[in-house]
Design a protein around this ligand. Structure first.
Ligand code: ADP
Ligand code: MG
Ligand code: MG
Length: 880
């Protein structure tokens, strides 16, 4: 195996092997852009190292060969006493994991070579600055020396100088700092800072490999659903120096505004600085546009290169660059992360510019992004903003202020909504960022750690709010103090920060679906890509809706019918009494009277829904939950009756009710008397519901509507169950047709939600005109765990152990539950080729699951009205 690739050998398609950074450095090299020479050690080498806990035999040799080549190109030797070559050692995995893994700069500086470089460059300050950076990064990354030790040392050097700016430290200060750093290094590691350049290089490379498994990297991957076994590549790059004086510097740039997609020059620049300084928020950066004044030639060159990259990648790119004494160097590029809104806008902009076609545009947006855009934002408010920061990641977040990551995690676990407030964030804050509703920082720009990570997670973030003073457990702005636990609101779209709870309002995208908004770039882009998705997709999208209002909204959101109308909601509220009398009925006439009283109410509900969905199918599920869910809880009632007995005579109704509740009590109600079982045990219950549906359909048809009811029987496990219900239902349908003189064609089908139903789907299809997968119950019964109990109990542990990467209630488990789905589809269609098959349950609106249902050959998915656009988009993407 070949473990090392020169930049000239790779290209952008080799991300699996070279990581994103390495593949793109190679691509830029091929494009003839000014990239410092270097080479990439593959992810394969990393995987081998991590598996065997030692580097593969050939690796060191291959590195030597490539290092010698690099030295030849540069005309310098690594760490040479007179004229040292220095390199950076940079992590770079297939998927970008901003700030999660390690990079060491200035490798090759030693007590000897530091003098050589000083003489060659004639710039002592820069050399000592570089050396102290090397010891700091190497100490922290390679040897686990706590970063604070170094930070304290540099802080006290600055204090000594009476300054807060690194740039005020002179050569002597820096030389002393190097001594202090070396002492710190020795105190913590028990040995001297390594003086052999090749050792430095090897140790740094292995440390980058190891950083793949650092806690924060593991957590980040879980959050972002990045597979745990990819490993990282390592890039060894000849150093170029932005810290040699005011004619040098380093910066980051975007080819378009990552927040809005607007074209222009976006980014941050910092003169006389190295690498991380820009993102670390150590000093205040200037806007990239200001570089035009500082160094017009480099600025022009940068703009030219940005155009080259945009055209080449046909997308927004982000860029890291360094200027060394007026010469521009490209250190990184990639297709840039962007906000959800910008993703839609940029994709359609690129279509208009003729750069990509609509299919490609559709590939570049996701249902997750669309879902994010459907979140509410703050309403106009009388509350005066406390302060303003940089709008780094959009959305509206309200919560209690907390000032450290652990506290955020703890409070969130207790059900509190929290906002994490930090001077600036670093990768150690990740757990708190995940737990928080939003993030507020005092320092750093749009490219700071907080901003980049928050955008990646779709989390609201305001950063660089430089009026706020953050101290332990509180922050202040102009005399207003916010302490831990105070509610604050932050607006990631405008950057505003408020004390107290600001009311939130609907998203523009939702308003557009509601027909209240049009014309602005975002809604135009969403409309265009959804229209294209609709044209491409094979899956129909229906909604789960129980009321006329929900049905109407679902239609506005593009639903092509109702895939699940639950009837149990219709038994609640003031109708509870009727259900109680049904349950308490001890004779047939009593029971019939109770059912007769429910009939007109149900009929009226169905009329509203069938009207709202005129022309489209409406799947109505007969009652599913166990009846005791409609009764008072056993303990409560028992106490009430006992108390009444002690003080006098209890009410006879209560006594009868208690007896009924006791009689119906179940140890495992989820596996008990519910669904079709209920229908077969309580005479007349299902017949009443079928009659209500048929009469409602007849009424809607008579008033000129076009009802398409579909009757769905829940929890069937055997064809005989369905056959019994169907027999009774057909009789009712015939009766109603005869009585009303209107014969509305009505399908009768079943849920597939008990594993046995999936496994006997061939038989069940004899009796069912359609299947609808109830994937919640199917998951629950397939895995044998109760959805209502698992989350707190053991899912966290299961996720930690990697038993599943995401809860199977969120994304369908393809291997297990998905197999049941496939079996049922295949065997059901073998019996009845025109069998209509859909899915109801929240998986129907989950992007990954939608792709699965497309592959499995379903006819439609059904999900909550708000997820309908997401499902439309993803169904379109699945069909590309
Ligand atoms: P990350 O993945 O966290 O961005 P990088 O590997 O890109 O880490 O490096 C961190 C910083 O160091 C970046 O700002 C990068 O531009 C800078 N850097 C990396 N290699 C070099 C180099 N050879 N010369 C100068 N700066 C470098
Ligand atoms: Mg970088
Ligand atoms: Mg169910």
């Amino acid at each position: 195996t070949k473990y090392v690739y020169d930049f000239a050998e790779g290209n952008r398609d080799l991300k699996d092997l070279l990581g994103g950074k390495g593949a793109n450095l190679a691509e830029m090299t091929r494009l003839g852009l000014p990239v410092p020479p270097g080479f990439t050690i593959t992810t394969e080498a990393c995987r081998a190292y991590l598996a065997d806990k030692r580097q593969p035999a050939e690796l060191a040799q291959e590195i030597d060969t490539h290092l010698r080549q690099l030295e030849a190109t540069m005309g310098k030797t690594l760490g040479d006493a007179d004229d040292p070559l220095l390199v950076s050692v940079r992590s770079g995995a297939k998927f970008s994991m901003p700030g999660m893994m390690e990079t060491v700069l200035n490798v090759g500086l030693t007590d000897v070579s530091v003098h050589g470089l000083a003489k060659r460059s004639g710039n002592e300050r820069f050399v000592w600055d570089s050396y102290r950076r090397l010891i700091q990064m190497f100490g922290k990354t390679v040897c686990g020396v706590p970063g604070e030790s170094f930070e304290h040392a540099i802080d006290s050097a600055k204090l000594h100088r009476g300054t807060t700016d690194d740039l005020d430290l002179d050569v002597d200060d820096l030389r002393e700092l190097v001594s202090a750093y070396k002492r710190i290094f020795k105190d913590h590691t028990g040995r001297d800072f390594p003086q052999e350049p090749r050792d430095q290089l090897e140790l740094a490379i292995l440390a980058v490999f190891d950083s793949w498994n650092a806690d924060r990297a593991v957590l980040y991957r879980r959050q972002e659903r990045i597979p745990a076994d990819l490993g990282t590549a390592v890039n060894v790059v000849a150093m170029v120096f932005g810290n040699t004086g005011s004619d040098s510097g380093t910066g980051v740039a975007f080819t378009r505004d990552p927040a809005t997609g607007a074209r222009g020059v976006y980014g941050d620049y910092l003169a006389n600085a190295q690498g991380e300084d820009v993102v670390a928020g150590i000093r205040n950066t200037v806007a990239l546009a200001d570089l035009e004044q500082l160094d017009p030639a480099s600025f022009a060159e940068l703009v030219r290169i940005m155009n080259v990259l945009e055209q080449h990648y046909r997308d927004l790119c982000d860029i890291e660059f360094t200027i060394e004494r007026g010469k521009l160097w490209m250190l990184q590029t990639r297709v840039g992360k962007r906000t959800a809104a910008a993703a839609f806008i940029i994709a359609t902009q690129l279509v208009d510019e003729g750069v990509i076609d609509l299919d490609e545009a559709l590939r570049r947006v996701t249902g997750g992004q669309l879902a994010h855009l459907m979140f509410p934002a703050f309403a106009a408010t009388q509350i005066r903003p406390l302060t303003r920061g940089i709008a780094a990641s959009p959305g509206a977040a309200v919560g209690r202020a907390v000032f450290d990551s652990a506290r955020a995690v703890q409070w969130a676990a207790e059900g509190e909504k929290v906002i994490l407030v930090r001077r600036e964030t670093n990768p150690d804050d990740l757990p708190g960022m995940i737990a928080a509703q939003g993030i507020l920082t005092n320092r750093g720009g749009k490219t700071s750690h907080a901003a980049v990570v928050a955008r990646g997670m779709g989390k609201t973030c305001v950063c660089g709010a430089d009026d706020i003073v953050v101290s332990k457990g509180q922050f202040t702005v102009d005399g207003t103090t916010v302490v831990e636990g105070d509610v604050i609101s932050i607006d990631g779209t405008t950057g505003r920060v408020y004390v107290g709870e600001v009311p939130v309002q609907a998203s523009p995208v939702v308003e557009y679906f509601e027909g209240h908004r049009s014309g602005e770039p975002l809604v135009l882009a969403v409309d265009r890509l959804l229209t294209h998705a609709d044209a491409q997709r094979r899956l129909a999208v229906r909604a789960n809706a129980d009321t006329g209002d929900d049905a109407a909204r679902a239609r506005r959101f593009g639903a092509q019918g109702i895939g699940l109308c639950r009837t149990e909601h219709m038994f609640l509220g003031d109708r509870r009494g009727l259900v109680e009398s049904l349950i308490l009925a001890s004779t047939a006439p009593e029971r019939e009277a109770a059912l007769a009283a429910l009939l007109p109410l149900q009929r009226a509900d169905f009329v509203t829904i069938l009207r709202a969905m005129s022309g489209l199918p409406v799947t109505i599920r007969l009652i599913d939950p166990p009846l005791h869910e409609f009764l008072p809880p056993l303990e409560e009632l028992a106490v009430q009756v006992a108390v009444a007995e002690a003080t006098g005579t209890p009410h006879p109704h209560d006594v009868a009710m208690l007896a009924a509740v006791k009689r119906m009590h179940e140890q495992n109600p989820m596996l008990g008397l519910r669904g079709v079982r209920l229908g077969l045990v309580i005479p007349g219950l299902f017949a009443m519901q079928v009659r209500a549906i048929a009469e409602a359909a007849a009424a809607v048809a008579r008033e000129g509507g076009d009802p398409h009811p579909e009757i769905m029987v829940p929890l069937v496990g055997a064809v005989q169950e369905l056959e019994a219900v169907r027999h009774e239902a057909l009789q009712v349908l015939r009766d109603v047709a005869a009585e009303t003189g209107v014969d509305v064609p009505t399908l009768i089908g079943t849920m597939i939600e008990v594993p046995r139903a999936a496994l006997t789907a061939g038989q069940i299809a004899e009796s069912a005109q359609f299947f609808s997968f109830g994937t919640n119950d199917l998951t629950q019964m397939g895995w044998g765990f109760s959805r209502d109990d698992v989350e707190g109990a053991f899912f966290t542990r299961y996720l930690e152990l990697g038993i599943f990467g995401v809860s199977p209630f969120e994304s369908l488990d393809r291997d297990g539950i998905g197999r049941l789905v496939r079996i049922a589809v295949d065997e059901g269609r073998a019996t009845r080729p025109d069998l209509k098959i859909g899915v109801c349950g929240e998986h129907g609106g989950d992007p990954d699951s939608v792709h699965f249902f497309h592959e499995a050959g379903l006819d439609y998915v059904s999900c909550s009205p708000f997820r309908v656009p997401v499902a439309r988009l993803e169904a379109g993407r699945a069909a590309l």
